[in-house]
Design a protein around this ligand. Structure first.
Ligand code: ADP
Length: 495
């Protein structure tokens, strides 16, 4: 039975107030007056609209951020004061947690409990970076006689954050938390499919004490507002999470101004299951790592490598679990929700059809709820196996609920297969053998390696980012504060 998503609360937030840009502390529409209609992925029905911003809106936002960085009260605040504002923002997110979770869930189609989990992580990000703001310090360097040298960490200035639609609240929080802690100002371009909670957070940031112009939001299409922001000469640093192709476009745009970038570009992350592993412990984690958020997670565990002696047993149990999975509207809070939009649903369906046409066996398929609205963008989960390591399905990110299983024998082959894509974001290693845990974890090329576990998303304290096609730079944890600042060396000649 579906619960109605049309609560009075959501109408107020999404339609009456939230769907405006925030520039210099004011809520404004696009200068052209153009708007983009926003549909809920669960039923495809329009329930809100956002400004379709262009170059002039981005110019205004960058100008506001520049002014706030150069001359506003922000530039004179101590790190402790900035930290208090972030901590207060975390508290305000907590006070508004139900509204934010419901809005995120409706905007993206993610199950209600995932929306709630995203808000919990968001609170933690602002709490963490609020506390971290005044813990960053430089060093004193021994130099020539008569000199004193020290380093400080300086903000870049105006940071542009281009945010994807899969975890808008969380990814905004990891960008904004680290950038503001270090004293930067922000212009955020949320994804056109999921902008509503970003606007709400910027509003709460003002309430928390962020001076006007410190936290600006311009909504719109990637090729318009996004491209204008990425290549804007008034931007000092660009941080992006999204697809590799868009990452390339954004890096090219930023390179025209020789600006630094942080890029988090997805993965084809493996979970390696050795025959001696605790299979009962691994199974639910392997399922969750690909089903969470409908597989639309950069760090999704989209490949499972299983040692031959247990391949049949493990994939049989995995198949049983996959067959029981059901995609449902976000408010039903099922195993997974719909995909974000028609384009993504068609892309995922095409990759599944191509894999089948290439003769890759389907081990199991889940379902879509009977009462799921026709207009929603649903995709039943699919487990493929055994998959040829050279197949497109083994190499390319699907960004949907599709898991590819591979048999292997021994550590050498495990490492070769695990490292056998252009990506390198996250990996999981499951074995009871302590020596093997260390050997394999060491040889896998990924930004995060879990041993006997896997954490898609979350882990606020844990540095996160990729090797190879998965991108460069690190977000989360203390390391993100380094990406969001640069070292200044001050040299005194005092004789
Ligand atoms: P998708 O293709 O599913 O929309 P993307 O990785 O392209 O995923 O989108 C992530 C973010 O990048 C969104 O905010 C989107 O608007 C933005 N974006 C897309 N294309 C560009 C571009 N050429 N320049 C800047 N931002 C872009």
């Amino acid at each position: 039975m579906l619960k109605t998503p049309d609560t009075k609360l959501l109408r107020t937030v999404a339609q009456d107030r939230a769907a405006l840009n925030i520039i210099a502390g004011k809520m404004v529409g696009a200068q052209s007056g153009a708007r983009i209609e926003i549909a809920c992925p669960s039923d495809g029905r329009v329930f809100a609209s956002i400004p379709r911003s262009g170059q002039s809106d981005v110019d205004a936002a960058v100008r506001a951020a520049r002014q706030a960085f150069d001359a506003g009260p922000w530039s004179r605040m101590t790190a402790t004061e900035r930290g208090r504002i972030l901590t207060r923002l975390g508290e305000l997110v907590a006070e508004n947690r139900d509204e934010l979770a419901a809005l995120e869930s409706r905007d993206t189609g993610k199950p209600a409990r995932q929306g709630a989990a995203d808000v919990a992580a968001t609170i933690r990000y602002y709490e963490y970076y609020g506390g971290a703001a005044d813990k960053v310090h430089g060093s004193q360097i021994p130099f020539l006689d008569g000199y004193t040298v020290f380093t400080t960490r300086e903000p870049h200035g105006v940071v542009a954050g281009i945010i994807p639609w899969n975890y808008p609240l969380q990814i905004l929080a990891r960008v904004a938390g680290a950038a503001l802690a270090m004293g930067n100002t922000l212009v955020i371009k949320p994804a056109e499919d999921a902008s509503l909670t970003t606007i709400r957070i910027a509003e709460l940031a003002l309430e928390a004490g962020c001076p006007p112009g410190v936290f600006n939001v311009v909504t719109g299409y990637g090729g318009e507002a996004g491209a204008a922001l990425a290549g804007h000469p008034g931007v000092d640093y660009v941080t992006f999470t999204g697809s590799p192709a868009t990452g390339t476009a954004i890096q090219s745009a930023a390179a025209q101004n020789n600006r630094g970038v942080t890029m988090e570009l997805g993965g084809k992350s493996p979970q390696v299951i050795f025959a001696d592993a605790d299979l009962d412990a691994a199974l639910p984690v392997v399922v969750n790592a690909i089903i969470q958020n409908g597989g639309q997670t950069c760090s999704a565990g989209s490949r499972v490598l299983v040692e031959r002696p247990v391949f049949a047993e493990f994939t049989a149990e995995l198949s049983r679990r996959f067959a029981a999975l059901v995609a449902e509207p976000h408010c039903a809070d099922g195993d997974l929700g719909p995909l974000i939009n028609v384009r993504q649903a068609q892309r995922v369906a095409a990759m599944i059809a191509d894999a089948q046409a290439a003769g890759i066996p389907v081990l199991a398929k889940g379902g879509v709820a009977d009462d799921a609205p026709d207009g929603g963008y649903y995709q039943a989960p699919v487990l493929f196996g055994p998959v040829d390591p050279a197949a497109v399905l083994a190499q390319e990110e699907v960004f949907g609920p599709v898991l590819a299983a591979f048999p292997f024998q021994g550590e050498e082959e495990a490492v070769r297969l695990a490292n056998g894509t252009d990506y390198g974001l996250v990996a999981g290693v499951w074995t009871r053998d302590g020596g093997r845990q260390h050997r394999v974890a060491k040889r896998i090329r990924a930004g995060q390696v879990y041993v006997n576990g896997y954490g898609a998303g979350g882990g606020i304290e844990l540095p996160f980012g990729g090797f190879g096609k998965s991108g460069h730079g690190r977000e989360k944890g203390f390391e993100a504060l380094m990406d969001m600042s640069a070292t200044k060396t001050t040299i005194f000649n005092h004789g």
